[in-house]
Every structure is written in C-alpha cells, then in structure tokens.
Design a protein around this ligand. Structure first.
Ligand SMILES: NC(=O)CC[C@H](N)C(=O)O
Length: 305
C-alpha cells in the first residue's frame, strides 16, 4: 500500500500547477500550492502515508460533515431535514440564488454554505462558545486527536471577510430557517471551518464512517449506524459541490472537500482516505487531490457503484 501511495502522489503532483490556492479568504493564500499528500486508515487500524502528509490545513467545508453528524445527534433526522434539504446543486458552494428561487424555506443540502450554516444553527448550546466547544470536542473524539484546534488567523480572516456567508445567513433568518442569533451562528460556522488538521485526522473520520460509526482504533461506537449512512449518502450526492456527479463517476466514493485543500473520503467497509493539496480547481476542489483519488480508486477498485 505504501509503495502504491508513493507512486500515485508522484504521478499526480504536476496537476497542482494547473490550479490555484483559495484567495477569497486572505489567510488561505499562504498555503503551499505544490503540496500533495495522502493518508489511508484501514478498518483494522493500519495507517499509511505518502507525499506531504504532514501539511496542515484548515478543514473548511469538511467541517460540514462534522456539524451534520452533531445536528443529527442533537435533533434527529426529521427536524434537521425540515430545515435543510437533501438535494444536490448545480450552483457553486456559496450560491445565493437557489435560496430564493428553488425553495425559500430551506437551503438545498447541508454540504453547501447556506445549508451548513443552517445545520450549525441546530447544534445545541447556550451561545457560540458552547456550540463550538461541542463541535471541537466531537471532532477530537472522531479523529482520535486531542490536540486538534482552531487556526486563529484563518478564523479571524474569514470572520472579517465572510460577507457572502453573512448574507446567506441573514436571508435564512428572514425566512425563519435560522431561529437563533445570526452573528452567533456565523461565529460557530467560521470557527468550525478554521479547525486545523492533517490528512491523517480526516482519514480517521472517513474510517469511522466507513466502519458504520465505530472508531476502528478503539472499537467505540460514536454515532448510530443510521447517522453514518445518512452522512455518507449526502457526501456522495453533494460532498464535492457542483462536481459531485463527475466525482461519483470517476471515483465513486462518499467524499467531502474543503477550500483549504483537504478531501475526506470513506470507502464503506474498507478504509478512510484523507488527501491534502491546497491548489484548487475552478469548483473549489483540490485539483491534485481529486486526481490522486481517481487513480487510487482505479487501482484498488474502490468505487461503490
Ligand atoms: N468550500 C468551502 O470549503 C467553503 C468554506 C469557507 N469557509 C466558506 O465559507 O466560504
């Protein structure tokens, strides 16, 4: 496995030249454009690494998977999906247009910004500190990494410039999708996006999902099987934003990307995979990361379809 991963990273590193790092959150521009790394965590607890696997990145939209799990645990499926839909989108991840035209009462799905902000608003807690505290605690548990933390500079950078997200949130307040204080909800959203990780951390979340909600390295159940199933299904249909269909054809596994360059994937019954490559394609997915996953999926026959 280790050899295969080394070769795949080598074969695909050149793609990083064709993309660019995210710059609309100013702090993200500091990322290393040519970094490309991978970690595979199998369900028997083995971990394999290749390339720039030690590269740290903020999880950005990958956090949407974490808050969806927590919102489902806190509220149950009926309530969560009364506020946010389950349908894929052909628009960009921060699109505002569907909010009014498609269904003014709920954002399309929990993997785009509007849907994730609505999802975050359903997480229990008195204020933003308590809500984010619960997200971080849960994230530490499912990564097995007690030192997982916020990147303060990215958080402040996004908070200062996140006007598009603010407009999505205030629109949803007007339609009563969001019932809480908008600024508190946004603060939690900006913070969860700014959690800093390595590809090992996200591979471990993938392995837990692949293992139907049980941490492979301790045997502990952290989410019910049904929650794992729902989350993986939403990842397949919506996790790569408006490139989810193409990714399903070319790779064929539940995945969630973030503009920090990470992609979390869960291969049911087999493994979790985390990749990092901050150079992004036009839709905001790691350009090298997607290519690495395509080759790995072909080599190991990982597609679920
Ligand atoms: N696609 C992403 O990773 C988007 C997350 C980012 N924090 C944003 O809200 O714009």
């Amino acid at each position: 496995m280790k050899k295969l991963l080394d070769v795949i990273i080598q074969n695909n590193r050149h793609y990083t030249e064709e993309g660019s790092v995210a710059s609309y959150i100013p702090e993200l521009e500091k990322a290393d454009k040519n970094a490309l790394g991978i970690c595979v965590v199998t369900l028997d607890g083995e971990e394999y690494f290749a390339g720039d696997y030690e590269t740290k990145f903020t999880i950005q939209s990958i956090s949407k998977v974490i808050s969806l799990m927590l919102a489902l645990l806190d509220n149950g499926r009926e309530y969560v999906f009364s506020k946010v839909g389950m349908e894929p989108t052909a628009e960009t991840f921060n699109s505002i247009s569907n909010l009014e035209t498609r269904n003014p009462h709920k954002p399309l799905n929990p993997m785009i910004n509007s849907g994730a902000i609505a999802t975050v608003s359903m997480i229990s807690g008195q204020d933003s500190n308590e809500m984010f505290g619960r997200i971080l605690k849960f994230a530490r548990k499912i990564t097995g990494n007690p030192s997982l933390n916020l990147n303060e500079d990215v958080y402040l950078s996004e908070k200062a410039t996140g006007h598009r997200n603010r407009s999505l949130a205030y629109f949803m307040k007007s339609t009563k999708v969001i019932e809480q204080d908008v600024e508190e909800v946004l603060d939690v959203y900006f913070k969860q996006c700014s959690i800093e990780a390595t590809c090992r951390d996200i591979a471990r979340i993938g392995a837990m999902l692949a293992n139907d909600g049980i941490l492979p390295w301790t045997g502990e159940r952290v989410i019910p099987r049904n929650v794992a199933r729902i989350v993986k299904t939403i990842m397949v249909t919506c996790g790569m934003y408006d490139a989810s269909g193409e990714f399903a054809v070319n790779v064929g596994i539940p995945a969630k990307s973030g503009v920090g360059g990470g992609i979390l994937t869960a291969v049911p019954k087999r493994m979790g995979i985390g990749v990092v490559g901050p150079s992004l394609d036009k839709k905001g997915n790691s350009i090298g990361g997607v290519k690495v996953l395509e080759e790995l999926s072909r080599e190991l026959d990982l597609s679920i379809f």
